[in-house]
Design a protein around this ligand. Structure first.
Ligand code: ASP
Length: 321
């Protein structure tokens, strides 16, 4: 029997049961389930891992709860700039977009860059122009607006701080302290899959960090940091504080530990997330599949929105540790 597998995430951070209402938790679970359904049904039909992760990531981008596409966080200038990437482990082709505005589905733009340009990465106005040229959906700023992300940003506006949307810092007598319950919002999204032909792929999409500088680029669009896929080893999508993830070349490091040291996916991810990232204050996590269809979802934060479904019968949606 051919094996296929889909694993997704909706961001990692200070996600605690005590801060969650049943209603909120159900909404997040529903969002993850919808994305799993969309991507997994493609795998069942024999479609490629790339098609499955693209569809699953678009579903999460379209859900206002997650910090990607609709519902992206606000930057320092009150605008939404989004990052996304995708990589095909079979061909080692990749596409990526950084600091783009107004594109409804940044991961679709990353995919289009991979398929229809001679480049890997486009940013800013050039990326937007390329999206228009290829007929992708463009929205005005209001489409991306969500009241809760706006409120998060308002708490930080005027400061030089930037925060993970999961751990938004709030002003407390002019010093910045940990998030209040209402300000803990979660988000960046990603997917990794193996299809029935044995190919693997990964994608990541994000609005980045609240109150980030105009032009700031996180790990999500950087191939090797936020996303990596190689049929020899693994397909990985990361979420967390982008700067340490870039410095640790996180996703590629997992692949290297597997390729050069012979570690399993889970062993490699544990070393990167629980040892290497911790040493440089890299809060967050990652999801991945290996070339045999094994999956892992590892994080060093309080929680990570995550879900997995496999042809071997695994079917799990989880949030907390
Ligand atoms: N990694 C993303 C960034 O730094 C944020 C996240 O994963 O929530 O832009």
């Amino acid at each position: 029997m051919s094996v296929y597998t889909l694993v997704i995430h909706g961001g990692a951070g200070t996600i605690l049961k005590k801060d969650m209402t049943d209603e909120k938790e159900n909404a997040y679970r529903k969002g993850l389930e919808e994305a799993l359904n969309v991507g997994y049904s493609l795998l069942e039909k024999g479609k490629s891992a790339v098609e499955a992760i693209l569809a699953a990531t678009i579903s999460l981008e379209d859900n206002i709860l997650f910090n990607a596409g609709k519902g992206s966080v606000f930057g320092k200038d009150g605008k939404h700039e989004m990052d996304a990437s995708i990589m095909d482990g079979n061909t080692l082709m990749a596409g990526s977009v950084a600091a783009v505005k107004d594109v409804r589905n940044p991961v679709e733009l990353a995919y289009t860059i991979m398929k229809k340009s001679q480049h890997v990465m486009l940013n800013g106005s050039g990326a937007l122009e390329f999206a228009k040229l290829h007929g992708l959906n463009i929205e005005n700023d209001n489409y991306f607006f969500s009241q809760f992300r706006y409120d998060q940003w308002k708490e930080m506006q005027g400061s030089d701080e930037a925060a993970l949307d999961h751990n938004v810092l709030v002003k407390d007598n002019s010093t910045f302290t940990k998030a209040t319950e209402d300000n803990k919002k979660f988000g960046t999204v990603g997917a990794a899959a193996m299809d029935m032909h044995g190919n693997i792929a990964a994608a990541t999409s994000t609005g980045g960090m609240t109150n980030k500088m105009y032009g700031r680029v996180g790990d999500s669009p950087i191939i090797g940091a936020g996303t990596y896929a190689n049929n020899k080893t693994c397909a990985i999508s990361c979420t967390g504080h982008g700067e340490p993830f870039i410095r640790a070349v996180t996703a590629y490091d997992v692949s290297c530990l597997m390729e050069y040291k012979g570690l399993s996916l889970e062993e490699a991810m544990n070393i990167v997330v629980h040892e290497k990232l911790i040493k440089i204050d890299g809060e967050g996590g990652m999801i991945g599949v290996d070339a045999k269809g094994n999956t892992a979802m590892i994080f060093n934060s309080e929680g990570m929105y995550r879900a997995v479904r496999t042809s071997k019968g695994e079917n799990e949606i989880s949030i907390y540790k």
